[in-house]
Design a protein around this ligand. Structure first.
Ligand code: NAD
Ligand code: UD1
Length: 353
């Protein structure tokens, strides 16, 4: 496999022009910074359903560039096609999706409509405009509960517990079928584990609307006093300290993984599935204590009941990304906690002033 990596990369890697669908969001904005830093160009399309143009302005300020960006719903085929005609690109990264697990149970049709339709529309418009490379934001959630950690890309996909997870499962299938039929297509399915942290500048980061569902935004909003107390969901799991284990990954590491993925995408065809994680599990209490230590503060927290649908343990085997992409996470838990807090402190109301 090391040879495979070498063969792919020994040739010159051309600078690419990459369209980021959903590029104003948390992971997209960090990926834009990393792509530009690596010498690539980006074009952003977003309908600002869960983000705002201010995030793009901040990426421009960080990178000292102007980014062509369009307020377009990726489901709107005519509008998307017009962007492809105006802004020729080599590759697409598909971040555009709804991602709140609980909301997907309440509004399954909206989730299937948005997530599946964006994928189909992108594939159609890519084909019509002769763009053959796509990197897709998938999730560890597709492994389901059947597979035991560490999770390998070769494992059979599992059963999802919510519509959000099923949309990822189905989009992986759609993209794989498309690549089977169209031998020119290069598809990379990136399975993210738990992205946290923010750019070290503290100018871009995760900006959840309303009460956060995910752990790190809840932790930092508790630290700043916007939430009274963090509830740790379950203290009686079969894990070393009784709380769930996850594979937290710094969003800047994740972003750099995307740079390697788009570079790799232009060297091959067909489908590759690649985990983006660190391979190291940490518990909820590890996060709480690391956050306290890195930032020299005390967090108000209590142990509460388990959250429905949570797995006790979920972490990656991260070898394939290293072998195939030459990428591995570099930042540690302290970096993740410090950078999350730095973003929260500098932007107590997110991108809203
Ligand atoms: P995010 O909500 O910050 O970013 C998604 C972006 O897509 C937002 O800017 C949103 O406005 C945009 N969008 C949604 N529907 C759109 C549409 N129809 N047309 C145009 N833009 C649209 O989320 P994120 O955390 O940056 O996640 C990016 C992708 O990664 C998502 O697909 C998500 O499901 C996936 N993912 C995220 C995580 C995580 O923990 N954050 C984990 C696994 C997978
Ligand atoms: C969740 C989703 C997953 C999705 C990911 C990113 C589920 C079952 N999984 O992953 O599909 O890809 O978000 O959006 O919802 N926790 C607390 N207190 C809190 C919040 C979280 O103790 O207030 C714990 C959880 O029990 C879990 C860990 O923190 O053990 C991480 O939770 P979270 O950030 O929501 O991510 P996941 O559940 O791993």
């Amino acid at each position: 496999l090391e040879n495979r990596w070498y063969n792919c990369f020994k040739g010159e890697i051309n600078n690419m022009r990459v369209l980021l669908a959903g590029g104003a969001g948390y992971i997209g904005s960090h990926t834009a910074v990393s792509l530009i830093e690596a010498g690539h160009e980006v074009v952003i399309v977003d309908n600002y359903d869960n983000s705002c143009a201010e995030a793009i302005a901040r990426v421009e300020a960080l990178t000292n560039t102007q980014i062509p960006h369009y307020e377009v719903d990726v489901k709107d085929k005519a509008a998307l096609d017009a962007v492809f005609k105006k802004e020729p690109v080599d590759c697409v990264i598909h971040f555009a999706g709804l991602k709140a697990v609980g909301e997907s149970v309440e509004k399954p049709v909206a989730y299937y409509r948005n997530n599946i339709d964006t994928t189909l529309t992108l594939l159609e418009v890519m084909k019509e405009n002769h763009v053959n490379q796509i990197v897709f934001s998938s999730s560890a959630t597709v492994y389901g509960a059947e597979n035991a950690s560490p999770l390998y890309e070769t494992m059979k996909k599992g059963t999802c517990t919510n519509p959000y997870g099923w949309t990822k499962w189905m989009m992986e299938q759609i993209l794989s079928d498309a690549a089977y039929a169209d031998k020119d297509l290069s598809v990379i399915l990136l399975r993210y584990f738990n992205p946290i942290g923010a750019h070290p500048s503290g100018t871009i980061g995760e900006d959840p609307q309303g009460i956060p569902n995910n752990l790190m935004p809840y932790v930092s909003q508790t630290a700043i006093g916007k939430r009274e107390c963090l509830t740790v969901f379950g203290g009686d799991y079969d894990t070393p300290d009784g709380t769930c284990l996850r594979d937290y990954i710094h969003v800047c590491d994740l972003a750099e993984g995307h740079v390697k993925a788009v570079e790799y995408a232009q060297t091959r065809k067909g489908v590759d599935i690649i985990n983006l994680g660190t391979g190291t599990p940490y518990s909820v209490l590890d996060i709480v204590h690391a956050f306290e230590k890195a930032n020299n503060l005390k967090l108000n927290y209590k142990i509460g009941p388990r959250r429905e649908g949570d797995l006790a343990v979920c972490f990656s085997n991260a070898d394939k990304a290293k072998e195939v992409l030459g990428w591995q996470a570099k930042r540690n838990l302290e970096d993740m906690c410090r950078d999350s807090w730095n973003w929260q402190k500098q932007n107590p109301n997110g991108y809203k002033k």
